[in-house]
Ligand binder design. Structure first.
Ligand code: GDP
Ligand code: MG
Length: 371
C-alpha cells in the first residue's frame, strides 16, 4: 500500500478526496490530496468508514475469472498493441501471409534478430506494434475460445481472389462475428491471372461484409501475400481499426494472460508461450498456468532474445513450470510462491469446487493491490 495518495484512496472508498482530508483533519492529521498515506493511517480511516480491516470477502483464488474480470484501475490504463488472428479457407494464403509479414517486417530494426516460431510474433509499422497469432485457421481460434480465452482483437479474413468465398470463409466470418471481433478482409492472390477481387467483394456482401466504397463499413485490402504486395496497407488498416477499438491494459498490475502454445523440451522441461493480457510479467515471478505452477525461470521473446519483462499484448516463451499446460489455458501471477503453489496444486486436483478452492480473505490492505 506504499505510495497510496488520498486521491487514490478516495476513489477506492468511493468518497470525495476533500471529505477524506476533512476526516483526517478531525483525527488531527493535516494532509493534502496528493500526499501519500501510511498503512496505519489507511487502517484508521477504514475503521472510521466502518470497513473491517480483517475478514472482508472470501475469494476463491482457483477461479481465474476473478482475476480476468477484475475492474481495471482507470488511472493505470495505457494503449496496448492489437492481437490479430488470420482466418480463411484452406489454400487461400494464410500461412503465406503470416510468413511474409514475419520476413518483411519482423527483422526490420532488429539487427541480428532471428525470428523464432513461438506461436505469436510482433511487427512494427509506423512505430506501432501489432501482435500476430501464428496459428492460422479458425480451429485454433475456436479451441482457444472454447477454453475461455479471448485473445483476438481483430480478425483478418483471407479470401483468394481467384477462388472466391468458400465454406471455411463463411465459417471464419461466423466465428469472428460470434466473438464480436472486428473483421478486415484481405483479398489475396490479386497477382494471379484469374483474380477477380470485385467478385469476392460482391460475394461477401451476402455475408454482411460491405466495403466502405459501397456504403458499408468493412475494410477490404487487396494483397498478394506471395509477392508482398500491399502488406503495408494491410498493417495500416489494422492500426486504424486498433485505434478505433481503443485497446487498453494496465501494465502495473500482476500479470494475467493466455497460453498460445506449450511443449515439453528434453533439456529445458516445459516451455510455454504466454500472451500477456494485463499487467507486466517479470522473470522470477510465481505463476499458475492452467493446472501447472512454478516460477518464471527464463523468458524469451519472438526474436529469440532473453527478456526480463513482458508488457500487455506481448508473447513470450517461458520455462520454469512443473508441467506442460495447454493452448488456451489462462495464467495468473501471484505475489508469493506459497499461494501460487497452493492454487496450482488445487487446480491440478481434478476435484469438486469445494475441494479445489483456495480462498483468500481480502483485507483492506490487499484490496488495494492485485490479489
Ligand atoms: P493456407 O492454407 O491458407 O495457409 O494457404 P497457403 O499460405 O499455404 O497458400 C496456398 C498456396 O497459395 C501456396 O502454394 C501459396 O504459395 C499460394 N499463394 C498464397 N498467397 C499467394 C498470392 O498472393 N499469390 C499467389 N499467386 N499465390 C499465393
Ligand atoms: Mg496454412
Amino acid at each position: 500500500t506504499d505510495g497510496m495518495t488520498i486521491a487514490e484512496l478516495a476513489k477506492k472508498l468511493h468518497r470525495e478526496p476533500a471529505e477524506i482530508v476533512k476526516k483526517l483533519f478531525m483525527m488531527g492529521i493535516m494532509a493534502t490530496q496528493n500526499q501519500s498515506l501510511d498503512k496505519e493511517t489507511i487502517e484508521l480511516l477504514a475503521t472510521e468508514y466502518g470497513i473491517e480491516t480483517e475478514e472482508k470477502v472470501q475469494i476463491d483464488l482457483t477461479d481465474f475469472d476473478t482475476f480476468f474480470e477484475q475492474e481495471p484501475n482507470e488511472d493505470n490504463l495505457v494503449t496496448r498493441p492489437a492481437t490479430v488472428t488470420i482466418m480463411g479457407h484452406v489454400d487461400h494464403g494464410k500461412t503465406t501471409l503470416l510468413d511474409s509479414l514475419r520476413e518483411t517486417k519482423v527483422t526490420e530494426g532488429e539487427a541480428g534478430g532471428i525470428t523464432q516460431h513461438i506461436g505469436a510474433y510482433q511487427v512494427t509499422e509506423n512505430g506501432k506494434v501489432i501482435t500476430f497469432l501464428d496459428t492460422p485457421g479458425h480451429a485454433a481460434f475456436t479451441t482457444m475460445r472454447a477454453r475461455g480465452a479471448d485473445v483476438t482483437d481483430i480478425a483478418i479474413i483471407v479470401v483468394a481472389a481467384d477462388d472466391g468465398v468458400m465454406p471455411q470463409t463463411v465459417e471464419a466470418i461466423n466465428h469472428a462475428k460470434a466473438a464480436e471481433v472486428p473483421i478486415i478482409v484481405a483479398v489475396n492472390k490479386v497477382d494471379k491471372p484469374g483474380a477477380n477481387p470485385d467478385r469476392v467483394m460482391q460475394e461477401l456482401t451476402e455475408h454482411g461484409l460491405i466495403p466502405e466504397d459501397w456504403g458499408g463499413d468493412t475494410i477490404f485490402v487487396q494483397i498478394s501475400a506471395l509477392l508482398n504486395k500491399n502488406l503495408e496497407d494491410l498493417l495500416e488498416m489494422i492500426l486504424l481499426v486498433a485505434e478505433v477499438e481503443e485497446l487498453k491494459a494496465d501494465p502495473k498490475r500482476l500479470a494475467i494472460g493466455t497460453v498460445i502454445e506449450a511443449r515439453l523440451d528434453k533439456s529445458q522441461g516445459s516451455i510455454a508461450t504466454l500472451l500477456v493480457q494485463e499487467g507486466t510479467l517479470h522473470q522470477g515471478e510465481p505463476i499458475v498456468v492452467g493446472n501447472t505452477f512454478g516460477r518464471v525461470r527464463t523468458m524469451t521473446n519472438d526474436k529469440g532474445r532473453r527478456v526480463q519483462e513482458a508488457k500487455p499484448s506481448t508473447p513470450v516463451e517461458i520455462t520454469g513450470l512443473n508441467g506442460t499446460p495447454q493452448a488456451g489455458d489462462r495464467f495468473v501471477v501471484f505475489k508469493d510462491e506459497k499461494t501460487a503453489r497452493q492454487v496450482g496444486e488445487a487446480r491440478a486436483i481434478d476435484a469438486t469446487e469445494a475441494q479445489r478452492s483456495v480462498t483468500n480473505k481480502v483485507t483492506l490492505e490487499n484490496l488495494f493491490d492485485s490479489l
